[in-house]
Design a binder for this molecule. Structure first.
Ligand SMILES: Cc1cc2nc3c(=O)[nH]c(=O)nc-3n(C[C@H](O)[C@H](O)[C@H](O)COP(=O)(O)O)c2cc1C
Length: 382
């Protein structure tokens, strides 16, 4: 029996209520393809800034490119200025570049929060409202649902997520997702799933998606059971483990089968990822270079020596990749526990850098407007 009903995002019915979290530098078309080959869900592209889209920056247009069979085609936009966000969403919707737009209010990077962007932006209630409304208004004529993804707030004394969830619901978003950490938490500790439960109790008319520290299908089931959320968003847990989407689908369909790949299967997946990367970048060297960061994630826990790991992390052609992968022990079994658990970005709490006086008022005043524009220029993911 299914654990949850399908997730409804506007007119899109997502049978497996799972979202691949947008991750800058990770969730490009190649990686999404690989994840989609394993299981169902909704797969969000890397973030693009609204300004880059409006300026039709070539790399941003590559980021919002999708496979023909992707549905919905989910793009994510980061912006700090309502007019620019509206214009960017209009480009995506009116030019049929995306079917769904997610708005990023989760970025905790100091160079962004220092200017008032990302996870600290919802503190300025009026600005947050205007941005969400501008996006929803721009998307509405094209029937493109807009969702938001946010953190709990700036820090434990300055939480914004419940209010932001209600504002977004009123503005007409199709769902709200919460990464259950504050900007100050950064990626440290464990996500506070109780906040997801609280958001679900508060936002009653649109789906609430929970995010943070899902490393296995069992974690996803536990998040749903503990919080009552309508779907889960999975980020780092699928880095180097695109087959997690098979596990997630199985778990949501009430099945117990799990993918436990031996090294031969991992090697084949890495090669397939490499091919997709080369296709995506239309450049073999670039595609292989971009694959490098995935190697440590793929090989976590497997019996692979230091020399092979280092060589794979320096790979620059598909031929070389094939040779190196052929050199691995294809009889090595799934290592179990060592291949599981946390992976990817971590770190310790950081006191958020904020514009001077940011906390004094919940409304935006003119002096912050200029620094906010700079916040968009220096953004790099969430
Ligand atoms: C490498 C990396 C890049 C990310 N880029 C984005 C992004 O572009 N947009 C966004 O909303 N969140 C971004 N995030 C945050 C993730 O979407 C997600 O909220 C976070 O990793 C917590 O989920 P997890 O515990 O499942 O990883 C990024 C996270 C990582 C690790």
């Amino acid at each position: 029996m299914s654990l949850l009903p399908p997730l409804q995002i506007g007119q899109y019915t997502i049978d497996t209520p799972v979202e691949l979290a947008p991750m800058a530098g990770v969730t490009n078309r190649a990686f999404r393809s690989l994840c989609r080959e394993h299981g169902g869900g909704m797969f969000v592209a890397e973030m693009v800034t609204s300004r880059a889209l409006v300026e039709r920056n070539t790399e941003s247009l590559r980021i919002v490119s999708f496979d023909e069979d992707e549905s919905p085609r989910s793009a994510q936009v980061y912006g700090v200025d309502p007019a620019t966000v509206g214009a960017a969403v209009k480009i995506l919707a009116s030019e049929d570049l995306a079917d769904h737009v997610d708005l990023n209010f989760g970025c905790p990077v100091p160079k962004v929060t220092r200017k008032g962007g990302g996870a600290v932006l919802p503190w300025k209630r009026d600005l947050f409202t205007s941005i969400v409304k501008a996006a929803v208004d721009a998307a509405r004529p094209y029937d493109v649902p807009v969702t938001i993804k946010m953190r709990k707030g700036i820090d434990d004394d300055h939480l914004t997520y419940l209010e932001a969830g209600l504002i977004a619901q009123d503005a007409g978003v199709a769902a709200v997702a919460l990464h259950a950490r504050t900007a100050a938490d950064y990626y440290s500790g464990t996500a506070d799933w109780s906040s997801i439960a609280r958001l679900k109790e508060t936002v009653k008319h649109v789906p609430v998606l929970g995010n943070g520290d899902i490393w296995s299908a069992e974690d996803a089931v536990r998040m749903v059971t503990e919080t009552g959320c309508d779907g889960v968003v999975v980020g780092r847990g699928c880095q180097g483990r695109p087959w997690l989407f098979a596990d997630l689908q199985a778990a949501f369909e009430g099945r117990a089968d799990r993918v436990t790949p031996g090294l031969a299967y991992v090697a084949e997946t890495i090669y397939r990822h490499g091919e997709l990367m080369v296709e995506y970048f239309e450049d073999e060297s670039k595609g292989c270079r971009d694959l490098r960061k995935h190697m440590a994630w793929y090989l976590k826990g497997y019996a692979v020596g230091g020399d092979a790991r280092r060589a794979l992390a320096m790979v620059s052609s598909l031929d070389e990749l094939r040779t190196l992968l052929d050199g691995l022990d294809h009889d090595a079994p799934y290592p179990g526990h060592d291949a599981e658990g946390p992976r990817g970005r971590a770190g310790s709490p950081k006191k958020p850098h904020l514009p001077y006086g940011w906390l004094d008022s919940r409304e935006l005043d003119a002096e912050f407007a200029e620094s906010l524009r700079e916040a968009e220029l220096s953004v790099s993911g969430g």
